[in-house]
Design a protein around this ligand. Structure first.
Ligand code: SAH
Length: 367
């Protein structure tokens, strides 16, 4: 039997639930406060009587996500959480401590249906959409990690000091295949955690109707498009979704979004190579010619290109290009006046870098 998740209850329902247990009403408010801070279990709720906490623990769960494994990168900056949902599905979420703040990368679906050829998240297909609460609970869990076991801020000077300041919707799943829940999540993160719209970035493989929904929604978040190839022919080879929403349509919708908010569009471009028979790496989408053609495609747009050298995924038949090839690609874009940077990968050693998050975390264990 699955236990009820108290985080999913309205304050009124929680109050009824608590009084039905024979506890006074004010206990519901106390529990509510702990839930809003992301309390992972009842044991931490020190202002409740011990026997009541034990009873709660037998009967219910605090959040709709439960951390079953936590991996820390060697430099201490990145923490990956493997989490279980109440129906047993698993997701991953990553906390990155950076010079500009604490950023959480959340998953929007258990698995992914998009089938991109270079990515680990889609290997087992999609299981289901996450609810807004399940996405919000990932952020709260990361915040709890930062704050320590009382759920309140640590003193200044503590390396973990500070709250979550940025959210990137770049974990497993395609957020615009779950648009309404993702929008509800962003609204709640904004109102309950005070995360500014401009500190939220949503990344999509290019679901055009979803981008239109974001335009109708009207909040000035950052939009990132996973582009990965400058021509339809090449893009369709590695991203099946391109057959449904070709490049021109995706970029037109993205332009409308950025024009509305006067925001810079983020373009993600993985640099892929392939091993040939001699074991040498041949460039796939990262040749100088393709850099020229990408520059032409993006000419005149208010955008920033994030180059992501491919992160290893065992099941996938690609290779990362050399550092030289990466810099040459970047130089060509810059020469054409396109803002371009190379994404600093975080947590590669714990399988938490872009494209390495997956449903079944067996891989994350080996390091
Ligand atoms: N489905 C959304 C959200 C995932 S974001 C999207 O496609 O944008 C994760 C980013 O990492 C995407 O840009 C994705 O294309 C990229 N990525 C996937 N596999 C990767 C890999 N093996 N190495 C580097 N980046 C990868």
């Amino acid at each position: 039997m699955t236990k009820p998740v108290l985080f999913d209850m309205t304050p009124a329902t929680l109050q009824t639930w608590v009084t039905d247990m024979g506890a006074p009403k004010f206990r519901a408010a106390q529990i509510g406060e702990w839930l809003a801070r992301g309390a992972p279990d009842f044991a931490v709720m020190k202002n409740l009587p011990t026997d009541f906490r034990e009873k709660l623990d037998d009967m219910a769960q605090t959040l709709p996500v439960r951390v079953i494994k936590k991996l820390q990168s060697a430099d201490g900056a990145t923490t990956k959480f493997l989490m279980e949902l109440h129906d047993g599905e698993q997701i991953e979420c990553v906390l990155m401590r950076t010079s500009y703040g604490n950023s959480v990368c959340v998953s929007s679906q258990a698995g992914c249906a998009m089938g991109c050829r270079f990515c680990a998240s889609t290997l087992l297909g999609v299981k289901r959409n996450l609810t807004a609460n399940e996405i919000l609970a990932q952020v709260l869990t990361a915040q709890w990690e930062l704050r320590g076991d009382r759920g309140t801020s640590r003193p200044n000077g503590d390396p973990n000091n500070g709250d979550v300041s940025h959210i990137v919707i770049m974990g497993t799943g395609e957020p615009l295949m779950n648009t309404q829940n993702v929008i509800d999540f962003m609204e709640r993160a904004h109102t309950t955690l005070g995360i500014g719209w401009r500190r939220i970035t949503l990344s999509t493989c290019g679901i055009v109707p979803g981008i239109r929904d974001l335009i109708a929604w009207g909040r000035p978040i950052n939009l990132a498009i996973s582009l990965h190839a400058p021509t339809d022919a090449l893009r369709s080879q590695i991203m099946p979704i391109n057959n449904k929403y070709p490049l021109a349509d995706v970029l037109a919708a993205a332009d409308d979004f950025t024009a509305l908010h006067n925001r810079q569009l983020m373009i993600e471009y993985i640099l892929l190579g392939r091993k040939n028979q001699d074991g040498d790496t041949e460039l796939f989408n990262a040749t100088p010619e393709l850099a020229e053609s990408l520059a032409n495609l993006l000419q005149g747009k208010n955008c920033m290109v994030n180059l992501i050298p491919w992160n290893a995924v065992d099941e996938r038949d690609f290779a990362a290009p050399s550092g030289n090839a990466v810099h040459r690609f970047q130089d060509i874009l810059i020469r054409h006046g396109i803002h371009t940077r190379i994404r600093r990968e975080r947590g590669t050693d714990i399988g938490s870098a872009c494209g390495q998050l997956r449903l079944n975390n067996a891989k994350g264990d080996k390091k």
